[in-house]
Design a protein around this ligand. Structure first.
Ligand SMILES: [Zn+2]
Length: 347
């Protein structure tokens, strides 16, 4: 952002700081920043969803999409790494971005979406879900959370849930308190504004249904077990996990076809997908205890200004644990970069 517009933004935030916006509950404050224009930009421009593109495991755009997803998570200041997979002679990559919890770090919430496709542009299946987790990460990364949140872009889903099976097996010792797979969230031909939730454990489906309605205005139908997406490995061993999917997925005529593309006229419903994302974000905020008041306001005085940079630099040079902005347990130059990114993004 240009410095002149930066000053304008800070000025506007100064006005907001005295208004009622900061007094709203964290769910409303966070969800209000989930933006349809931003969602559409991610889906159309970063994830290779145009006619002729392929994020199939051998597709030319697969690793390009991986690199863009990874770069987005890093730009949000999240502690990000790639876990490499090997299956059937192919190499895959789960991309994991973490916002480490401040007071309940061992309690982990996962929001996942697979980015591989079936040799096609996979706009709905499943760049739509990936755009959702990136947009959520963009906003939620500006806040502190009591519990740990992991945004995971899974790979190799279409060849047998390989990415999520692998991740689940590697992380069995951890306390995963809730996991949602967002898979196909952008097709709503009848404008029904409904979702379907699948999984074995009821409470997580009920909580997500309530959040979808409250934060997204989306109704939900509660289904039973359906081991057809990345929640399944977690769900099968008793972790509270479920699939969030569009109501009309079974009748999607573009499913696994070349026409599952953002270029197919009238196909992708960006407003609906953004509201699905709002609902899932609200669930995350409520469950993980995301705290109101964004992290860029480092001195917590209600404004984001140069005082926050000074306060951060003092904490950083003193080795104050507060300065571990990316939550990796170390205080180094990466934290300074993360904080400056947060600060430039504002609240
Ligand atoms: Zn899928």
């Amino acid at each position: 952002m240009h410095s002149a517009s930066r000053a304008a933004v800070v000025g506007v935030l100064g006005l907001w700081a005295s208004g009622p916006a900061l007094a709203s509950p964290p769910g409303d404050e966070v969800v209000a920043q989930i933006d349809q224009g931003s969602y559409q930009y991610i889906l159309d421009e970063l994830l290779y969803t145009h006619m002729g593109d392929s994020r199939g495991i051998k597709g030319p755009e697969h690793n390009l999409a991986r690199d863009n997803i990874n770069a987005q998570f890093i730009s949000f200041g999240l502690d990000t790494h790639i876990e490499t997979l090997s299956y059937g002679g192919n190499t895959g990559f789960n991309i994991v971005a973490e916002l480490t919890g401040t007071t309940r770090p061992d309690e982990i919430y996962i929001i996942g979406a697979h980015y591989d496709s079936v040799k096609n542009p996979g706009a709905d299946d499943n760049a739509s879900g990936v755009a959702g987790i990136i947009e959520m990460a963009r906003v939620i990364s500006r806040y502190d959370s009591e519990a740990t949140i992991r945004f995971i872009a899974f790979d190799m889903e279409e060849i047998g849930l390989i990415g999520s099976k692998n991740y689940n097996a590697l992380h069995k010792h951890e306390n995963i308190a809730g996991m949602i797979s967002m898979d196909m969230i952008a097709y709503d031909p009848g404008d029904n504004r409904r979702a379907t939730l699948y999984g074995r454990t009821e409470p997580i489906k009920q909580a997500l249904a309530e959040a979808l309605l409250e934060y997204g205005g989306i109704g939900a139908s509660i289904g039973g077990e359906l081991d057809a997406s990345d929640h399944a490995p977690f769900d099968r061993r008793g972790v509270p996990a479920c699939l969030l999917i569009e109501y009309d997925s079974w009748s999607n005529p573009h499913y696994h076809r070349q026409t599952d593309s953002v270029d197919t006229p009238g196909y992708i419903d960006y407003a609906y997908a953004t509201d699905m994302t709002r609902g899932a974000a609200g669930w995350l905020v409520d469950e993980a205890g995301v705290l109101a008041g964004c992290a860029a306001d480092f001195n917590a005085d209600g404004a984001v200004d140069t005082l926050d940079v000074l306060t951060f630099l003092n904490a950083w040079s003193a080795g104050d644990p507060e300065a571990d902005v990316n939550g990796d347990g170390q205080i180094n130059s990466l934290d300074a970069l993360s904080f400056l990114n947060l600060w430039a993004a504002g609240c």
